[in-house]
Design a protein around this ligand. Structure first.
Ligand SMILES: NC(=O)c1ccc[n+]([C@@H]2O[C@H](COP(=O)([O-])OP(=O)(O)OC[C@H]3O[C@@H](n4cnc5c(N)ncnc54)[C@H](O)[C@@H]3O)[C@@H](O)[C@H]2O)c1
Length: 267
């Protein structure tokens, strides 16, 4: 897969990593980028910033009909999609009482729809044409929280673990159909999303800029890499978890106590 000359679809494109996926895809020579979000004014700004051929659409990724419509639009214009970046995501925290069960069922359902089911909806809509063509690629934006857990955010960590699970299934099931999958699992990236954790967990291993993360991710996708973490630290933490799960949980409890001492909250 090469970005140059490609047809690309990006969700969550009004801000942060998604905005950067659009601008970097155009900079790398994408022929057309189908960019969507629920925030239409900011989405229009993304298209303006990117230049090139960017087709914007309102898409609430928790609604299957919206996801299907975005895929169908790209297929109607070009007959295929080379790279589908399923990127939109939401995070809450366990505040104000910092129980793992704090969030309402509605918040859990909303995060499940956006952080997990959206990947399923886009894959369901795009796979048939990709399989027919014998080639097609997905970038699934999960998070380091999907491998090693974000303290103080049970909804985010749980749904991002599920996104990692779906990306694995997608890659294992459809690799032989010519489908490439790249799973993006960074720690803190300088976007609106980390406002929640600024000064706390996000600052521990450094905050990367969206363009840095997206360039590494696109390089990874072009090279057929499954996992891109952007932060090298993720792999070390993840290895510790696999080597001794119980000890890792203990280490995370210690980290949580340290954050509370430092910031008054566990995120
Ligand atoms: N910023 C980080 O530190 C970080 C780290 C790891 C993973 N991520 C992941 O990166 C992805 C992008 O987040 P970001 O950091 O750029 O944050 P962001 O808040 O800047 O961007 C998220 C975008 O998703 C959009 N969105 C929210 N709900 C939507 C819905 N229902 N349908 C369509 N669009 C919707 C928002 O309008 C926003 O434009 C997310 O999946 C996030 O979990 C972010």
């Amino acid at each position: 897969m090469q970005l140059d000359g490609s047809v690309v679809l990006v969700t969550g494109a009004a801000s942060g990593i998604g905005r950067s996926m659009v601008t970097r895809a155009v900079a790398r020579g994408a022929k057309a980028v189908y960019a969507s979000d629920v925030n239409e004014p900011e989405l229009a700004k993304t298209a303006e910033m990117a230049g090139g051929t960017v087709i914007t659409m309102r898409c609430d990724v928790s609604k299957e009909a919206d996801c299907t419509a975005q895929v169908e639009r790209a297929l109607a214009d070009h007959g295929h999609i080379d790279l589908l970046c399923s990127n939109a995501g939401v995070g809450f925290s366990d505040g104000p009482d910092w129980m793992a069960t704090s969030q309402s069922n509605d918040q859990w359902a909303m995060a499940w729809g956006i952080n997990v089911m959206a990947h399923v909806y886009f894959a369901r809509a795009a796979l048939p044409s990709m399989i027919k063509r014998g080639t097609g690629n997905f970038i699934i934006t999960a998070s380091a929280a999907g491998l090693i857990t974000q303290t103080g955010d049970a909804v985010y960590s749980t749904t991002k673990h599920a996104a990692v699970g779906f990306a694995e299934s997608l890659a294992i099931t459809h690799g032989d159909d010519g489908i490439g999958v790249t799973l993006l699992c960074p720690q803190a990236v300088n976007t609106n999303l980390i406002k929640l954790v600024e000064g706390g967990a996000a600052s521990v291993d450094g905050v990367l800029e969206p363009d840095q993360v997206v360039d590494l991710t696109f390089d990874g996708a072009e090279q057929g890499e499954f996992l891109v973490t952007a932060h090298d630290t993720v792999l070390g933490y993840w290895k510790n978890k696999v080597e001794n799960y119980g000890r890792w949980v203990g280490g995370m409890r210690k980290f949580r106590r340290m954050l509370i001492e430092k910031t008054g909250r566990p995120v």
